[in-house]
Design a protein around this ligand. Structure first.
Ligand SMILES: *Cc1c(COP(=O)(O)O)cnc(C)c1O
Length: 393
């Protein structure tokens, strides 16, 4: 496939494994074994079974009638919000925990920002009875208290990270340090299509179940497996990668990623990496990132904690550079409006992250016969406090 990663882990000029020598053992083992493991019949059988009985897949593809009428076109929602733990994140952590088992690993580490990936990781560790350590910026530990409690109840150890800005980037650095020190018994479950090869490709493959189901469901509901366009929000890019995956080579399907503009792309408070960033190396991958003129990472901002990552997966950097996908950005204001619109038109409260994809509907020209699919990456349950603060319900 044209947009597949190459042997060395590159998507065009982006990706690779820019790792320190001390990480080589881990990455090398993973790189040589991941495809053989995840393509084995035994792995596929267990993965498919858990997707069905534990995650609750297939997630429905729902025709949003009143929202469609509002925009004068056809809008379908891929309901990842209905998965166990409330988002697409479990697709990846289930895949990686099965992989870790087959690699003989006994100890799992993860990084988390908003806590969603930490919860998804702690969940599968409970499922498999494995030790779980989650690194989390000390500031995020404070800001995301409910998820910290969930992780603890699930049996995970949450380690607050006090270096740097005390947020996601610092937690990721700390998790990488742990992995370097524990190469034998530990697997690092990265939460998005970021980090060194083979993580971006591996995570995209686990999330690709989204577009695999979409093809079948669209075919049943519209008579064609090809929609006019697919929209997804982009933090690191895993839900978008999953929603785009099986359509990458079908250039008639327009692919649209939506980044978090925060307070605006012309302010310092933004997380729109592709729009304001430049190429560089972050977390062992060459990609687009937000940096100052000395190459230091700048702190991202978004109302949605799941999107404020200063980088983006190398696949998306390549889709952006090659023009295969289009990338827009939505501001906090636009996102809050879009969240209420969906809630009051369809009775579905979206995650703030997912509402970025919804906000992009305002910016597009859509024809009455177009078929638009929005990947509704998660549920708004975790965001009620933000919604309440803003709207004062
Ligand atoms: C974590 C998260 C995201 C952002 O991560 P991606 O890797 O870009 O998908 C988006 N939506 C929800 C609901 C999330 O929890």
């Amino acid at each position: 496939m044209k947009y597949d990663v190459n042997e060395k882990g590159y998507y065009g000029e982006f990706g690779g494994a820019w790792i320190p020598e001390m990480m080589y053992t881990n990455i090398n083992e993973l790189r040589h074994r991941y495809l053989e493991i995840i393509e084995s019949p035994d792995f596929k059988k267990e993965f498919d079974q858990l997707m069905k009985d534990y995650v609750g897949r297939p997630s429905p593809l729902y025709f949003a009638g009143r929202l469609s009428e509002h925009y004068g076109t056809n809008i379908y929602l891929k309901r990842e919000d209905l998965n166990h733990t409330g988002s697409h994140k479990l697709n990846n952590t289930v895949g990686q925990i099965l992989l870790a088992g087959r690699l003989g690993k006994k100890r799992i580490i993860a990084e988390t920002g908003a806590g969603q990936h930490g919860v998804a990781t702690a969940t599968v560790c409970a499922l498999k009875g494995l030790k779980c350590i989650v690194y989390m910026g000390a500031l995020d530990v404070q800001r995301q208290a409910p998820n910290v409690k969930k992780m603890k109840m699930l049996g995970a150890e949450v380690v607050p990270v006090h270096s740097g800005n005390k947020t996601l980037k610092d937690a990721t650095n700390e998790a990488m340090r742990d992995w370097i020190n524990n190469p034998e018994d530990t697997h690092y479950i990265i939460g998005s299509v970021v980090g060194p090869h083979p993580f971006p490709d591996m995570v995209a493959r686990f999330q690709s179940v989204i577009s695999l189901e979409m093809k079948k469901q669209l075919s049943e509901q519209t008579g064609s497996e090809f929609p006019s366009r697919i929209l997804a929000c982009v933090g690191g890019g895993s839900n978008a990668a999953g929603a785009f995956y099986h359509y990458l080579d079908h250039e008639q399907v327009e692919l649209i990623g939506v980044e978090a503009a925060g307070k605006g792309v012309d302010t310092n408070e933004t997380a729109a990496t592709l729009l304001v960033g430049s190429p560089g190396v972050l977390h062992a991958s060459r990609t687009m990132l937000m940096q100052n003129k000395d190459g230091q990472i700048t702190e991202p901002y978004s109302i949605s904690a799941g999107l404020d990552y200063p980088g983006i997966g190398p696949l998306h950097a390549h889709l952006f550079k090659s023009g295969r996908a289009k990338f827009l950005a939505a501001t906090d204001e636009e996102v809050l409006k879009a969240a209420v619109l969906l809630t009051q038109k369809e009775g579905i409260i979206p995650a703030l992250e997912s509402a970025h994809a919804l906000a992009a509907l305002e910016k597009l020209e859509m024809k009455p016969d177009d078929v638009n699919v929005i990947n509704l990456s998660g549920s708004g349950n975790k965001d009620m406090e933000t919604y309440l603060n803003y709207f004062g319900y």
